[in-house]
Design a protein around this ligand. Sequence first.
Ligand code: AMP
Ligand code: MG
Length: 333
Amino acid sequence: MTMQKNINTEILNQDMKSLRKACYFLNKNELVSFPTETVYGLGASAISNIGVAKIFSVKGRPKYNPLIIHIANKQDADKWAQVPKEAELLIESFWPGPLTLVLNRKKPFTALSTLVTGNLETIAIRVPLHPTARALIKEFGSPLAAPSANISGRISPTRAKDVLVNMDGKISALIKGDDCSIGLESTIVSFANNEPVLLRPGGLPEEIIEEKLGRPLLKSTQVLSNQRKIIAPGMMESHYAPNCNLKLNQVNSQTNELFLGFGDMPKNAIGLNLSLTRNLKEAATNFFATLTDIDTMAELMRYKTVCVAPIPNLGLGVAINDRLKRAAIKKES
Ligand code: AMP
Ligand code: MG
C-alpha cells in the first residue's frame, strides 16, 4: 500500500450534503475525521482492508493495537458480536455514549476487515452519542473503524483545529464540529471471558458502571497475569504525550516552569487551568485542548517543564489521571 502524502483535506460541515460527500470518500476507502462526544475520530469503512490499513499508516499506529467499531444503532450490536446479559444491560443503560464493549465476535466471522480486530476473536464496539457521528454512520450504512484523529502517541484532538495539526494533507476530509463535549476517550469494558473487566478508564466513570451491574469491575491488571493476551490501549505506556516534560501532583512550580492547575493557581504560577471550580467534568472536557495549549505555551516560552496539580482520583478523575500518567512518560525518540 502506498502511503498517502499531501492530499487535499476538504473541510466539511455537518449538514446532510456534507455527510454524503464524506460517505463518497469513505466508499473510496479514504479517511474522514469526524466529531464525536469523546474525541475527534479518524474514520474508515470497517469492512475495507485498504481504508483500515490507511488508518494504521497515517497514524503510525502499531498493527497489534486493534480498532473500535462504531455503529449507529444499539440494536445492531448482535449483528457483529455475541452479547451476554450483563453487556446487554450496559448497552441499554449507556448507549449511545462513551462506553466501548469488547465482546466475542459472531461466528462465522463477519465481513469486518481482519486488520480492525487484529484478527482476534473479539470485537470492540460502541454507539457514539454525537448526532453528526451517528448521522454519518447511518448514511454510510455500515460500521466505521475510528481511533482518535492524532498521530499515534500524541495528544488526542478534541478541537477541529487540533485534528488539522495532525492530519492536514493526510486525509480526504474533516467534518468540522464543535469542541468535543466529554473530551476523554470511551471507557472500555471487556466481556470476552464473561467477567466484566475494565480495560481503560474513560468518559463514563467506572463507579456508574459498577452501580448498574451491582458488582465491581475487574481491573485489567488483575487478569493480565493469568491471561494469554489482553489488548488495551492502556497497555501503551507512553501516550497522549506533549513535547514538554510533565511533573504530576505538584502544588507549586519554579520560575522557569509552567503550571497546569485544577482549582486555585499557586501564588505567582504562570500557566493554564483545567477547572477553577475543581469540577471534574469541566476538567475532562478541557483536558486535551488545555494540554495542547500549555505545550505550545511552554515551547514558545522555552520552558521545558509543566507542573500539574493533583487531580482527585475518583469519577472522571481516574481517566484524567490515567492520561496524565501516560503523558508524563517520555518516549525514547
Ligand atoms: P483506541 O486506541 O481509542 O482506538 O482504542 C482501541 C482499543 O480498543 C484497543 O487498544 C483495545 O484495547 C480495544 N480493542 C479494540 N479492538 C479490540 C478487539 N478486537 N479485541 C479486544 N480489544 C479491542
Ligand atoms: Mg487514541
